[in-house]
Design a protein. Structure first.
Length: 314
């Protein structure tokens, strides 16, 4: 029974399944399958499964929000709890599936005709905006960064090519070189904190700096389940540091006195962000607190532990 969960966790850890939205949806799908398979001790088994999924990648709060949403199931007995958990998992999956279309439409409106857009990594939310803007004649060309070390930029240019959108792939260090040719930066999010900071793929904050200097608007596309309720209570976002072997070959890793570091994400303060495009509207980063409160539900401390009861609006 735990095989479903262990295998899913491994796929998230190794990034076979990646991207903040995809891992969240995948976790909800996995919990749904697991709930359907649990025969007894529903609470105990579900808690264990949730824990295994949670301990895969620490940074994207979408994973936490997905698991938390499903785990707030209710019921008098195991059968009722199962039914409710499955229902909640399906609700969360629908939330993921419907958000992009709205984000695409809202985000596209912010982009003027024939613009050049720069994006980083591979974000399904940012691509939703770019693709819709292209359909409306607003995007003419896209600069996509390579996004070392995992090269998600290759996925992005492949996707752009499939959509017929002219794309230029650049190395991450060429961002400032090309920023003058760009009208907008559009990136995704792994987490938005209560104070409106963006946690996204390593290198995002450097792009934000270059964009600010060149007065290029910096837009973030983020579904509301990327907002972090935990940060409202002072918890800091854990930045995942991945294995050094993703960055350098063995002959470098074995050099005496040399350390190789591989943080996967960085933080961009809200001052660098013009707007966050969510499925409920284009909001300033200063409004993150309200999104967390209104959209993700209330949070309370119970026996010293933070408990969050997510709500969902259609
Ligand atoms: O949810 P969507 O918009 O698809 O992606 C959001 C973010 O998730 C990715 O992380 P990783 O590649 O899983 O480390 C990137 O940082 C990307 O910007």
């Amino acid at each position: 029974m735990y095989q479903i969960v262990e295998e899913a966790a491994e796929k998230i850890r190794t990034m076979e399944v990646r991207g903040a939205a995809r891992i969240a949806k995948f976790a909800a799908e996995t919990l749904k399958k697991f709930a359907e398979a649990v025969e007894s001790n529903f609470d105990e088994n579900m808690n264990k499964a949730a824990e295994i999924l949670l301990n895969t990648r620490p940074t994207a709060v979408s994973l936490y929000n997905a698991i938390n949403y499903v785990m707030r199931y209710e019921g008098e007995n195991d059968a009722e709890k199962r039914e409710n958990a499955v229902k909640r998992a399906e609700e969360f999956i629908r939330w993921v599936e419907t958000a992009h279309e709205r984000i695409g439409k809202i985000g596209a409106r912010r982009i003027r005709k024939n613009s050049v857009v720069m994006t980083h990594c591979n974000s399904s939310a940012a691509l939703a905006v770019i693709k819709e803007a292209f359909r409306e004649g607003r995007v003419a060309e896209v600069f996509a960064t390579e996004s070392r070390p995992r090269l998600q930029g290759h996925l992005t240019v492949r996707e752009l090519s499939n959509a017929g959108i002219p794309a230029t792939l650049i190395v991450d260090s060429a961002v400032r070189y090309f920023i003058e040719d760009v009208d907008y930066v559009v990136v995704g999010a792994d987490t938005i904190t209560a104070n409106g900071a963006l946690i996204n793929k390593i290198g995002t904050s450097q792009i934000a700096l270059a964009a600010k200097e060149a007065r290029v608007p910096f837009m973030v596309a983020a579904e509301t389940y990327k907002f972090s309720p935990k940060t409202l209570f002072g918890e800091l976002v854990v930045i995942e540091e991945r294995d050094a072997s993703e960055v350098a070959p063995p002959e470098i890793l074995s050099l005496k006195g040399v350390r190789v570091r591989n943080p996967a994400f960085d933080a961009t303060p809200r001052e660098y962000i013009d707007v966050i495009i969510t499925e409920i509207g284009a909001i300033p980063p200063e409004m993150a607190y309200l999104v967390i409160k209104e959209r993700l539900g209330y949070a309370v401390f119970e026996e010293g532990e933070l408990k969050i009861s997510p709500k969902h609006f259609d």
